[in-house]
Design a protein around this ligand. Structure first.
Ligand code: UT7
Length: 325
């Protein structure tokens, strides 16, 4: 039976010009290139310039995704921006992006699920498109985590970077079979009992300040592989596919050890992992669309490929999306 699918028409990405190396960080805090590489796989990260905002990064990513989709901005009637580093407390940064792109119809809003934000935004947009309420969506992940880091805390400041990525989704009536293009399945999870494991120690209603990122890294690590593996199994269930059928595993890029551990646990060969953590570090909600963009630009990601995306982040929140490119 035919059904509406959210087909990915194109992707884009943007990284700020400034690159910060592990050696640069070793001049700021008591750390070393060796420690960071061994524990995380990270070598470099990009840092937004003074005055460069999350909305600027989002707009640059969106423009590239629109161009590659051969669409005008005005074709878009839904914008969902996944971010934890909005330009302001309100309005939503998505409306700044909407205005910059010259769009005056449809809806634009932010989604807050920290590092899982892009997966949450993609699943949300998919449901709006499948319901028939909107036709074409821009789903963006954009972050300036450098602005919420405590640059004296070596346990966190070495892990994150800035950047953005975007995809354009279009509602298309397809056959309703697993060989269709577009988003085939998604699963989202949250468990607020763990909200104090990864958080920002400020906010408008609590301290009246922006605050800094705090993390119990080892505890996040402990939950990551199990939670992610379980949600991947649930996402694949019902599609008729197994991990063997997946062409590209495009995970949230938190830590090389988590990505490799998850791939091993679900039985996916390591050559199928799109890994960008080495050059981008953890860009939170931007890391999956940036990784998609990397695999698209270097020619790995081709039409018809089966792509498995997953993420886990503060909350805890976690989820996975299976899509055919
Ligand atoms: O995207 C959201 C999800 N976030 C994550 O998935 C992050 C998950 N967690 C991790 O990736 C890891 O836990 C970290 C990379 C954050 C830390 O690695 P770890 O192997 O869990 O190290 P640890 O926190 O247990 O610390 C080990 C040691 C400690 O020293 P002592 O107490 O053993 O003397 C830390 O003080 O490493 C020390 N340490 C550092 N040393 C050099 C912590 N940060 C650093 C650093 N450089 N930057």
């Amino acid at each position: 039976m035919s059904m509406i699918r959210s087909v990915i028409r194109g992707c884009g990405g943007y990284l700020p010009e400034r690159i910060m190396t592990n050696d640069d960080l070793a001049e700021m805090v008591d750390t070393s290139d060796d420690w960071i590489i061994e524990r995380t796989g990270i070598r470099t990260r990009h840092i937004a310039a003074d005055g460069e905002l999350t909305s600027d990064i989002g707009v640059a990513s969106a423009r590239q995704a629109l161009e590659r989709s051969e669409m005008d901005a005005t074709d878009i009637d839904l914008i969902i921006l996944a971010t934890s580093t909005p330009d302001q407390t309100f309005p939503a940064t998505a409306v700044s992006i909407q205005a910059e792109l010259g769009i005056t119809h449809g809806a634009a809003f932010d989604m807050q699920a920290v590092c899982s934000g892009f997966v949450f935004a993609l699943a949300t947009a998919d449901n709006f498109l499948k319901s028939g309420q909107y036709q074409r969506a821009l789903v963006i992940g954009a972050e300036t985590f450098s602005r919420i880091l405590d640059w004296e805390d070596r346990g966190t400041c070495v892990l994150f970077g800035d950047g953005g990525g975007a995809v354009v989704l279009e509602a298309q009536k397809l056959n309703g079979v697993a060989t269709d293009r577009g988003i085939l399945a998604s699963q989202l999870r949250s468990d607020g009992r763990y909200r104090d494991k990864l958080f920002v120690d400020g906010g408008p209603s609590s301290t009246g300040t922006v605050g800094h990122l705090r993390m119990h890294g080892r505890e996040v690590f402990r939950h990551a592989v199990t939670n992610i593996s379980e949600v991947i199994v649930d996402t694949l269930k019902g599609t008729g596919y197994t991990a063997d059928d997946v062409d590209w595993f495009v995970p949230h890029q938190a830590n090389r050890r988590i990505l490799e551990g998850t791939a091993r646990r679900i039985g996916l060969s390591s050559e199928k992992i799109v890994m960008t953590v080495e050059n981008h570090a953890n860009t939170s909600a931007a890391s999956i669309p940036l990784a998609l963009n990397t695999a698209f630009e270097d020619g790995r990601l081709q039409d018809g490929h089966l792509v498995l995306m997953e993420a886990m982040g503060g909350g805890f929140t976690w989820g996975a999306v299976l899509a055919r490119w």
